[in-house]
Design a protein around this ligand. Structure first.
Ligand code: PLP
Length: 397
C-alpha cells in the first residue's frame, strides 16, 4: 500500500511517530527467521531470549533504571492501568487517588471507573492547572493525605507539552509513604530521565511515541515497590505480566531507546529551534493567535496554538489539502467537537479552545517543511475567517 508518506509534512509526532529505519532493520529477523519463543529451553528460542535481555538493558539505560525494573506491556495505556490498579490493590486500606485534570484518557478514564473496577468507593482529587498549564505544588501538598494510596501525574502533557515537576512530587509523596506513578509516554526520549535519582515508583512508556512500533510499552516498577500483576498467565516477566513476549517490537523498542539516547541532544537543539521558528512565525503572522502552555517548561517538540474564531477541525482539513499533518487536541478527543479537557482545565476561552492546533515535531522534520507551513497556515486561517460569522476585521486590530 502506498500511503503517500514521502509527500507529507508530518507534525503530529505526539500522536505517533515514524518507525526509525534502524528500528525496522533490527526487528526484521524476529518477524522472519528468528521466530523462537524466548521462554523455550532449546537454543533456537534461547538466542531470541538473549535479544530480549539486551533490549531490556537498552531501555533501562535510557531512563536510568535497572533491567529487572522493566516489565514489557502492550502499550502506554496498559502500563498506566497496571500501575494504578496495582497501587490500589497493594494499599487496600487506602481509598484516595491524587491525579490532575489534564491527564491522558489512559489515566483519566481509569480513575473515572475505579469504583466499578475495584468494587470500592474512592475519593479522587484532580488537581487543577494554572492558565499556562502548570501545577501548583502547594495544592498538591495539601491534597496528600493518610488515605492516599497512589499519586498518578503525567511527566509531560500530550496536548501542550507542559512538563510537571514529577521528581519533586514523588519526593513529597514518598515522605508521606504514598506510591507515585508517572505517565511518561510523551517525555521519554525528549527530555533526560534518570530514575536512579528519583523516588518514582512506577513509570509508563510507549514505544510508538519514540520511533518504535505501536503495540509495545513498558512499565517501570522500582525495586522493592509492592506489585500485583494486571495480566495473569504464564511466568513471563518473572510472573509480573503473563503473555508471550512481542519479541520483534521489544527488540525494536530497545533499538529506538539506543537511538533516542543519541538523538536527545538534537531533539533539544535542532528540533527545539525548528519548533520555535514555527511558533514565533505563526504567532507573528496570524492576528488573534496565542500559545497554549508554559513558554519554557515544555517539551522541545510541542507547540499548541489557538487561532481564535476558527474551528480546529476546519483548519486541519485545509492543512490536509497541503499534506500537512497535525492535530486538534489529542487524537482521542479529536473526532468530537468538544474542546479538549486540557485546554478547558487551563481556562482557555471558548473561541480560542475551538481553534487550537497541536504541532509536534521530530528529528525527521526539516527547515524547508517549517517554511512551507509558515507560508501556508496564515492564508488558511485568513480564508476560514472570511467565512466565519463570528469574525470581524476589527478583531485583527
Ligand atoms: N499517555 C499519554 C500522555 C499519551 O500521549 C498516550 C498516547 O497518546 C498514552 C498515554 C497512551 O499510549 P498508548 O497509545 O501506547 O496506549
Amino acid at each position: 500500500m502506498d500511503c503517500g508518506s514521502d509527500k507529507i509534512i508530518y507534525m503530529d509526532n505526539n500522536a505517533t511517530t515514524r518507525v526509525a529505519p534502524e528500528v525496522v532493520d533490527a526487528m526484521l529477523p524476529f518477524l522472519t527467521d528468528c521466530y523462537g519463543n524466548p521462554s523455550s529451553m532449546h537454543r533456537f528460542g534461547g538466542q531470541v531470549g538473549r535479544e530480549v535481555t539486551k533490549a531490556r538493558a537498552s531501555i533501562a539505560a535510557l531512563i536510568g533504571a535497572e533491567p529487572e525494573e522493566i516489565i514489557f506491556t502492550s502499550c502506554g495505556t496498559e502500563s498506566d492501568s497496571t500501575a494504578i490498579m496495582s497501587g490500589m490493590q497493594t494499599e487496600p486500606d487506602k481509598r484516595h487517588i491524587v491525579t490532575t485534570r489534564v491527564e491522558h484518557p489512559a489515566v483519566k478514564t481509569l480513575c473515572e471507573n475505579i469504583d466499578h473496577l475495584t468494587g470500592h468507593k474512592h475519593r479522587i482529587t484532580r488537581l487543577p492547572v494554572n492558565n499556562d498549564g502548570t501545577l501548583d505544588l502547594d495544592l498538591y501538598r495539601d491534597a496528600l493525605s493518610d488515605d492516599t494510596a497512589i499519586v498518578s501525574v503525567m511527566w509531560a502533557n500530550n496536548e501542550t507539552g507542559v512538563i510537571f515537576p514529577v521528581e519533586e512530587m514523588a519526593r513529597l509523596a514518598k515522605e508521606r509513604g504514598i506510591l507515585f506513578h508517572t505517565d511518561a509516554v510523551q517525555a521519554v526520549g525528549k527530555i533526560p530521565i534518570n530514575l536512579k535519582e528519583s523516588q518514582i515508583d512506577f513509570l509508563s512508556l510507549s514505544g510508538h511515541k519514540l520511533h518504535a512500533p505501536k503495540g509495545i510499552g513498558i512499565l517501570y516498577v522500582r525495586k522493592g515497590t509492592p506489585f500485583i500483576p494486571f495480566l495473569n498467565g504464564g511466568h513471563q516477566e518473572h510472573g509480573r505480566r503473563g503473555g508471550t513476549e512481542n519479541v520483534a517490537a521489544i527488540v525494536g523498542l530497545g533499538k529506538a531507546c539506543e537511538l533516542a539516547g543519541k538523538m536527545m541532544e538534537e531533539e533539544n537543539s535542532r528540533v527545539r529551534a525548528l519548533r520555535d521558528k514555527l511558533e514565533q512565525g505563526l504567532l507573528a503572522a496570524v492576528p488573534r493567535s496565542m500559545l497554549n502552555g508554559h513558554k519554557s517548561e515544555r517539551l522541545p517538540n510541542t507547540s499548541n496554538i489557538s487561532f481564535e474564531f476558527v474551528e480546529g477541525e476546519a483548519i486541519l482539513l485545509h492543512m490536509d489539502r497541503f499534506n500537512i499533518c497535525a492535530s486538534s487536541g489529542s487524537a482521542c478527543t479529536s473526532g468530537s467537537l468538544e474542546p479538549s479537557h486540557v485546554l478547558r482545565a487551563m481556562g482557555v476561552p471558548f473561541t480560542a479552545a475551538h481553534g487550537s492546533i497541536r504541532f509536534s515535531l521530530s528529528v525527521y522534520n526539516t527547515e524547508e517543511e517549517v517554511d512551507f507551513v509558515l507560508k501556508t497556515i496564515p492564508n488558511i486561517i485568513a480564508n476560514l475567517r472570511e467565512l466565519s460569522p463570528f469574525w470581524y476585521p476589527e478583531h485583527a486590530k
